[in-house]
Ligand binder design. Structure first.
Ligand SMILES: [Zn+2]
Length: 410
């Protein structure tokens, strides 16, 4: 049994029209006009397939292929249909459309599972104007509270509960969102990086989501006149910060692993052409799948900071703002994917996802793992985002067979 790749790629193109502006990619954040349109189309398609459709309180869309056993647990496959502004047609939508294709394939082959099989499209996975990303999966797993959601509005003052209601959800029933008896959750997603391409692999099996460590750092020097203060007399917070930023890059590179560190935000004070910067604030972010490694990188960076502080006579104040543990996926589900890829003779690597996904949260309530498809040039969140049919086909067939294996073994 194989999925129909031609039909799947047509669906990717079809969904990619919604929110698309020629040359500028797809802008389809949750609760935009394009999102409401796509939701209606998706729900219709699920109904036409004969699935039992349910829109939950946060407006996640579920479609259920019920099995004959009454007390059966449920295997879920899905991802998200929303996009970032000017995004591509693969991030999120591919996972949902592969899930739909898999169910269609099972229906066409009259395969009945021992478990219920459900497709899910999660609400607002991407950052959005309501400032709540992975909204659907976090609400599902009890990580967003009723009062928090009820009080959330976007930059135009539109209340989230109204936007959710228009999508068929109902935040007043948030307490009814909990799902029990979920046997497994599988999510297929594009890699959004170059690791698979570099290794010439179509698919990756994801056994972890990286942990993220973030500090907010203040560098205090001395603001002074840019003309009258001689070079030897300066305590320039910006030049010190530059040394610090380069140290972060050098140290993290020297680890020679998949660990990454970034200074993505930097504020200079007072930020005037004729004043030596007296203060610089910047963020330091370290991502790695191993806590000890995050700590080791951080320690090495701060050791270097001490030297810079001494040599440049600046003061460094740092404040931890995020210390998120890595999420380790379920060993059984990872193994089902690996064994399936082996039996289909599809080469793969097993690695950590460097970005967060809905699966991070669902892992708290169901045995979870992900499968990645090669991204061409590693591009994502961009109109140039691309994954090839030949790679998608391998990933989708691996996922299909892994679900059948999970159905037998769980
Ligand atoms: Zn995504």
């Amino acid at each position: 049994m194989k999925i129909n790749i031609g039909r799947l790629m047509k669906e990717v193109e079809f969904y990619g029209q919604y929110g698309s502006v020629s040359g500028e990619g797809i802008t389809r954040p949750s609760f935009s006009a394009a999102d409401y349109e796509v939701r209606a189309i998706f729900i219709n398609q699920l109904k036409e397939m004969g699935l039992q459709v349910h829109v939950d309180p946060i407006a996640n869309i579920w479609g259920k292929l019920a099995c004959e056993r009454e007390d059966a647990a449920t295997i879920v496959i899905g991802s998200h249909l929303d996009t970032v502004p000017n995004g591509g047609k693969f991030d999120g939508a591919l996972g949902v459309l592969v899930a739909k294709e898999i169910i269609q394939t099972l229906l066409e082959n009259n395969v009945l599972l021992q478990h219920n099989l459900e497709i899910v499209s999660f609400t607002a996975e991407e950052p959005n104007d309501f400032n709540l990303s992975t909204m659907g999966s976090r609400a599902l797993t009890g990580k967003l509270t009723y009062s928090q959601l009820m009080n959330t509005s976007d930059s135009n003052g539109r209340m989230l509960h109204e936007a959710v209601k228009k999508a068929g959800g109902d935040l007043t029933k948030l307490s009814e969102i909990t799902r029990e008896n979920l046997a497994a959750y599988f999510e297929l997603h594009i890699e959004q990086g170059k690791r698979l391409e570099r290794q010439n692999l179509s698919i990756g099996i994801v056994d972890k989501i990286v942990g993220i460590y973030r500090d907010q750092i203040q560098v205090h020097g001395e603001a002074n006149h840019s003309g009258t203060t001689m070079m030897v007399d300066r305590i320039d917070a910006l030049t010190a910060a530059c040394e610090m930023v380069l140290a972060i890059e050098n140290i993290t590179r020297s680890f020679n692993t998949d660990a990454v560190a970034t200074v993505g935000k930097l504020d200079v004070y007072p930020n005037a052409a004729n004043i030596i910067p007296g203060r610089v604030d910047f963020t330091l972010e370290i991502r790695s799948s191993c806590k000890e490694e995050r700590r080791a990188i951080k320690d090495a960076i701060y050791k270097e900071f001490e030297k810079i502080s001494e040599s440049r006579k600046i003061n460094i104040i740092s404040n931890n703002i995020l210390d998120q543990e890595e999420c380790t996926f379920d060993a059984d589900i990872v193994r089902y994917l690996q064994e399936t890829a082996d039996s289909l003779e599809i080469p793969y690597t097993t690695f950590a996802s460097m970005a967060g996904h809905d699966a991070t949260h669902v892992a708290g309530i169901a045995k979870t793992a992900m499968i990645f498809v090669k991204s061409i040039d590693g591009k994502s969140h961009s109109p140039e985002e691309l994954s090839l049919a030949e790679d998608i086909e391998k990933a989708a067939n691996t996922l299909l067979e892994a679900i059948l294996m999970a159905d037998k073994k769980l």
